[in-house]
Design a protein around this ligand. Structure first.
Ligand SMILES: Nc1ncnc2c1ncn2[C@@H]1O[C@H](COP(=O)(O)OS(=O)(=O)O)[C@@H](OP(=O)(O)O)[C@H]1O
Length: 372
């Protein structure tokens, strides 16, 4: 009180008013700077469901993990939180440079630049189609920024809300496309409506592969984790003596592409979907990448100059991965040796898929040649 009396006595009223106004401006400015450094606690909290799981991503350790995971571009098919996971491997492009710099059209800028946006394009499937290879190849493009691991937002974590999902995305500059890949979306009933609700303009990419080899690949992956599972042959049939296929087995079910596509076409026009051949992604990666870049409205920057065929791996690899100067192949969980399957079982499966494949070719206007 004494101080305020002294203050009003010693300073004219107009001067003290100006001083208070300046002080307020200074505090406002300081507060804004504080918010810009991402420490503002009054920013709107992400919409999400209650429960421990929904809170996990905000835990300091998980937040750090999240940032590392996004910045270093860990190419890992393991989901970030919980769920079935695949071993970490693939392209381990953990080059420190990419953690610090993000380039657009050759321009370098700090990673803190730009904003996190919801993806404008998503690789929605199919499991074991070659989705990791496609994403890693696309990441070489300076105008594509992608999440390393599979977010599984539209199937497993939808209740965490769009803010949670956006937070997983890398920062992008004007003109850059944000992408993610989660192959299970293609067979998730709710996914089309949910993606449509996020943005009806989302571009959808589906990497498809001969459903028979896809099923064997899927089985091989499960076998690698659970060596005690029954044989492929026994899982394929509901009744082997009459050749009745067990369509409830997910390895078989996923390959009925026409059925799943039907679900997507209720929400998205065909022109908003691109079907990439998993086989051509191996035999001619640059050719398939040209189609994808065109579809995304990007300059064809990833070309045959970026690939070489690695004889040991038996697959195309990148001469230089994103943010690295070294050659990179996908890890050992990609391109596994498949177990030998009885030819008559494969034959029966081929026969089973034939009408569905025909329908799929008709729907997409593209013959993938799986019957040859
Ligand atoms: N360049 C390159 N290197 C290694 N592997 C390649 C490549 N291109 C496509 N493929 C094929 O990708 C198959 C795995 O597919 P996905 O990445 O979609 O699998 S997953 O659903 O994410 O688990 C994987 O299946 P398997 O051969 O059965 O392991 C590969 O055949």
């Amino acid at each position: 009180m004494a101080f305020s009396r002294l203050w009003s006595d010693t300073l004219p009223r107009s001067v003290s008013k100006k001083f208070v106004a300046m002080l307020c401006t200074l505090f406002t400015l300081l507060y804004f700077m504080h918010c810009l450094t991402d420490r503002c606690s009054t920013a709107p909290a992400p919409e999400r469901a209650s429960g421990q799981a929904a809170q996990d991503w905000r835990a300091p350790r998980n937040k750090m993990l999240l940032q590392k995971w996004i910045a270093t571009g860990f190419a890992d098919d393991a989901p970030l939180f919980g769920g079935e996971s695949e071993q970490r491997s693939h392209l381990s492009s953990s080059n420190p440079t990419s953690a610090v710099w993000s380039g657009s059209a050759g321009k370098l800028s700090p990673l803190s630049d730009g904003t996190k946006k919801l993806p404008q394009a998503i690789i929605i499937g199919v499991k074991k189609g070659g989705t990791r290879a496609l994403l890693e190849f696309l990441r070489v493009h300076p105008d594509i920024r992608a999440v390393g691991a599979e977010p599984h937002f539209f199937d497993r974590h939808y209740d965490r809300g769009l803010d949670w999902y956006r937070e997983l995305m890398p920062r992008t500059l004007e003109g850059q496309i944000t992408m993610e890949k989660t192959p299970s979306y293609f067979v998730t009933r709710e996914a089309p409506a949910r993606i449509y609700a996020m943005s009806r303009d989302t571009k959808l990419i589906v990497v498809v592969r001969d459903p028979v080899t896809r099923a064997v690949s899927d089985y091989t992956q499960t076998l690698s984790k659970k060596p005690d599972i029954p044989t492929f042959e026994s899982l394929t049939f509901r009744n082997r003596s009459v050749g009745l296929i067990d369509t409830s087995w997910s390895a078989v079910q996923i390959g009925i592409y026409a059925k799943h596509l039907d679900n997507w076409l209720r929400f998205f026009p065909l022109r908003q979907m691109l079907f990439v051949s998993g086989e051509r992604l191996i035999s001619d990666p640059a050719g398939e990448l040209a189609r994808v870049q065109d579809f995304l409205g990007l300059k064809r920057i990833v070309t045959d100059k970026h690939f070489y065929f690695n004889q040991t791996k038996g697959f195309p690899c990148l001469k230089k991965a994103e943010g690295s100067s070294k050659p990179h192949c996908l890890g050992k969980t990609k391109g596994r040796t498949h177990p030998g399957i009885q030819p008559q079982v494969l034959q029966r499966l081929r026969q089973f898929y034939r009408p569905f494949n025909m329908k799929f070719y008709q729907m997409t206007g593209h013959n993938f040649g799986w019957e040859a």
